[in-house]
Design a protein around this ligand. Structure first.
Ligand code: PEP
Ligand code: MG
Length: 327
């Protein structure tokens, strides 16, 4: 099968009925950029910038951040890279930020990600400068993790725009364009899509966090790992409804959680309208194979029925359908 996946590398992820799916990879370290050539992916859909912070003994200074981002952009060449600002705090506590170790009872729902970045705005300003300088003359794609309310997106964007103005006023080269995105990881944000969409250039759905909050089930809890299925009516209906306004308005929607890296789950996501996936590199081969054997129109009709009148086991229904269709 490995050889079969390798043979797929130069072929585009196009469904049998002609829809081009964007298949990108998730990354976080300098060496991960190699996955682009190995997999033939379309770009890096999620670059987890906190990895550099987590593997460092001290807070990485702006210059070190900038070097990493520039190396990644250079390795990617023409392929787009979407940088996510730091998702630290909570259970990704940094040893050198021990003063902030709050002993939280629910760190996943605690002081993390954008919440930390907006409170510690020195951190965010330094990261914004590093990203803006690294992407000088090119397009910078940046997104913010754990947006709960629209004002948090506005504040984060404001920090980037202020840094851009600062650099431009000093005659420094800035990115040719900046595209700002929000991650949908907190269910409440889905209720405010009408407010969010005019502000963003793209949406990225982090299904790891989103489903943990939707199901009230810790994503890392061993006793819960098998309990709820991503292919449940609640999760699929929620994702379809949350993504629909963006899809209708032509705002790009990517799923970047682990869900998209499993062929059957990825198929379900395509079935509810998602056409962009950012996945772990070793999943690119299997997911591409699924895409290339899929009749997307037929699947969408089936999914519409199944979500209106869910069968007892959507996973089994999807899997049977895929076998019959030879996906
Ligand atoms: C997610 O929550 O789905 C996501 C992509 O972010 P992370 O896994 O880094 O929390
Ligand atoms: Mg997340």
């Amino acid at each position: 099968r490995r050889a079969a996946f390798a043979a797929l590398r130069p072929l585009p992820p196009v469904t049998r009925d002609g829809t081009r799916i964007a298949l990108m990879v998730n990354a976080g370290l300098r060496d991960d950029a190699a996955a682009l050539d190995v997999t033939g992916a379309d770009g890096i859909g999620l670059f987890r910038t906190e990895f550099q912070f987590l593997v460092s003994a001290t807070l990485p200074q702006r210059e070190r951040q900038q070097r990493l981002y520039r190396d990644i952009l250079e390795a990617a060449g023409d392929r787009p890279v979407t940088f996510r600002t730091v998702d630290i705090g909570g259970d990704k506590a940094l040893p050198y930020m021990r003063a902030d170790d709050l002993g939280e009872e629910n760190p996943a729902m605690g002081w993390r990600a954008l919440r930390v970045a907006l409170d510690r705005d020195g951190l965010m300003k330094a990261q914004a400068r590093a990203l803006l300088e690294a992407a000088a003359g090119r397009t910078l794609n940046v997104m913010f993790p754990m947006v709960s309310e629209v004002w948090e997106f506005d504040e984060a964007r404001g920090i980037f725009e202020a840094q851009r103005t600062w650099l431009a006023a000093r005659g420094r080269q800035t990115p040719a364009a900046i595209r700002y995105g929000a991650m949908l990881e907190v269910p409440a944000l889905a209720e405010c899509m009408d407010l969010l969409l005019p502000r963003i250039d793209f949406l990225s759905i982090g299904t790891n966090d989103l489903t943990q909050f939707l199901m009230a089930a810790d994503r890392a809890h061993p006793k819960l790992a098998e309990r709820y299925d991503w292919l449940s009516p609640a999760i699929l209906r929620f994702l379809r409804r949350a993504a629909a306004p963006a899809l209708a308005q032509g705002v790009p929607v990517t799923v970047c959680g682990e869900m998209g890296g499993r062929p059957l789950e990825a198929m379900a996501l395509l079935g509810i309208g998602i056409e962009r996936l950012s996945i772990t590199p070793f999943a690119v081969g299997p997911v591409k194979a699924m895409v290339r054997s899929l009749d997307l129109g037929a699947l969408r009709a089936r999914m519409a029925d199944w979500l209106a009148h869910p069968p007892a086991d959507i996973r089994a229904a999807l899997s049977d359908w895929a076998m019959a269709e030879q996906v």
